[in-house]
Design a protein around this ligand. Sequence first.
Ligand code: RIB
Ligand code: CA
Length: 311
Amino acid sequence: MNEHKIPVIIDCDPGIDDSFAIYFALNSSMLDVISIVSVAGNVPLSMTTSNACNLLGLVNSNVPVFAGSDGPLIGDAIEAKYAHGVNGLGGYVFKKEYTNNLQQGNGIEHMARILKSSEQPITIFAIGPLTNIAKLVLAYPDLVGKIDQVVVMGGGVIKGNYSSSAEFNIVADPLAAKVVFDAGLTCKIVPLDTTEYCYFDKEFLQALNQSSSLKAKTLYDIVNAKHNIESKEEDSKFYFHDMVTVMAVTNPQLFEFTPLHVDVELDGKITKGQTVFDQRSFNRQEPNSLLVTTKLREEIVAVASEVLTNE
Ligand code: RIB
Ligand code: CA
């Protein structure tokens, strides 16, 4: 581990925007990516795991991949193929299958081993359903103190995306989200309100494609497989929720962090998976999270472009 960098684990469900987050994290001079742990989410676990391995293998990364949970703590798995295509990467197919990064063993036990052995507290990026993180804190409560922060892409203050009230990562496993939010962790939550405000455009994507970076060009090809970029209107917007979430750690000066209490609706007929942030002017509940917001979209886009095109 490089003590001058922030040691991180990326728990993810690649996923088009997870791909941006992974490549951004690998390129960032601020982060030491220790491991990637996959979770069922956008597509089934087998696909999120192989997508992670292919993304890493393509760029000769030696970051290990461990498979995590294949479904929520309780209930049935949901998917987001509508947003990420049938294979999770918009239908993009790698020229070959890369399998060297895949490690045997359970992702949750692997995270526990890292926490036990690390001299530095670990940052966990949770950019898929929170099942793995919930299992980690439930099975290893004595290790919660070794987690510096969990940085979650999830939830929404005013709306959802999977439903009118629920964002995908949360509604995919609402109980897991509630367990994580109530675990006494430092939990930074980057909601849809923030990640949709921080939209990216065609110009940003074209700059990726025109760069000499294999990572950047691959990200362009993945988005292009799903969206046929050149056919889109010039003012089209593209959302890379998970990469914005990583940037809340690499570029905190571009964000604001507001202590708030967040709860998760577990049973609502039309509100299951909704995140409810207590913003009352009185009687507020004790904060259990930091809501991450920003007003600096252009700066965030510029940093993302610089980091992704810088091989
Ligand atoms: O709602 C957006 C989130 O759900 C992102 O993490 C995306 O990858 C999907 O997992
Ligand atoms: Ca994701």
